[in-house]
Ligand binder design. Structure first.
Ligand SMILES: [Mg+2]
Length: 271
């Protein structure tokens, strides 16, 4: 590794109190932990730093992610999960506490919003929310399209076009947004997840630390790294997922990380 990058990596790790970890491509690929990730995460915890798994995927609840992380042996004491769905629910509760919400989302995520104090209803709601609904139906599309055309506030949990998966990547919220833009002529008024600031502001408020003590680690420059840069967090790009060294060298300034590592496992010697 280049010496200048190594110095940046050392300085970044030294000031970090909380690691926000993207999941797919950063700590695992599908069901397989990347390298010796179990021991890397244990070393982060042993150093007194906290781990927050931070995902845009709003088709699953935090509990569903905890179960997956436990199943592959990565979840540990003090770790937490934060999804773009959770950020959206907190944003709604804080900004629009009395509003009713029509949520296009999975049954489990709808239950998580309700438990989080968001008043969901299917008819005559004030606000339309689009999550990554893997149980999407035509009736749901018709209903949310009608609300958008009527001028109701329209919020999307995150902007990703596709979801990382084995084989061909399936359509994610960004693709649903384009479908609805075609039918309604409108784009979302608010998008909460990475790379935008609502999820970052909610996280900083929850974690009670200054942004520069938080480091976002991820494999996607245009979501993970731009998210860190937009929110004043440290940023570490890992080359264990979607981005190789050649792609990393070609990213625009907005998506440029503070440091690069082959994988998160490379930071252990700096903890
Ligand atoms: Mg990723």
């Amino acid at each position: 590794m280049h010496t200048e990058n190594e110095q940046k990596l050392r300085a970044l790790v030294a000031r970090t109190k909380i690691f926000l970890l993207d999941m797919d491509g950063t700590i695992y690929l599908g069901e397989t932990p990347i390298g010796d990730m179990k021991n890397t995460l244990a070393a982060i915890r042993a150093s007194g730093r906290k781990i927050v798994y931070c995902t845009n995927n709003s088709s699953k609840t935090a509990n569903e992610y905890v179960r997956k992380l436990e199943r592959i042996g990565l979840f540990g004491d003090g770790d937490t999960v934060y999804t773009s769905g959770m950020a959206t629910a907190e944003y709604l509760r804080e900004k629009y506490p009395d509003a009713s919400v029509y949520l296009v989302g999975t049954d489990a995520v709808r239950a998580e919003f309700s438990a989080g104090g968001v008043r969901l209803c299917d008819e005559d709601a004030d606000i339309a929310v689009l999550a990554y609904d893997t149980q999407l139906t035509y009736a749901k599309l018709v209903r949310i399209n009608r609300m958008i055309v009527e001028g109701k506030l329209y919020i999307a949990t995150h902007p990703d076009d596709v979801c990382p998966a084995e084989g061909v990547y399936p359509p994610d919220v960004g693709s649903f947004i384009r479908l609805l833009a075609c039918s309604s002529g409108k784009m979302p008024d608010v998008i909460c997840g990475k790379p935008y600031t609502i999820m970052g502001e909610r996280l900083a408020a929850r974690l009670h630390v200054s942004p520069d003590a938080i480091t976002m680690v991820g494999d996607r420059p245009h979501t993970d790294i731009r998210f860190g840069n937009n929110n004043g967090f440290g940023t570490l790009l890992v080359l264990s997922g979607e981005t190789d060294a050649a792609k990393a060298a070609a990213v625009p300034a907005s998506d440029r990380p503070e440091a690069i590592a082959r994988s998160l496992n490379d930071i252990v010697c700096f903890l």
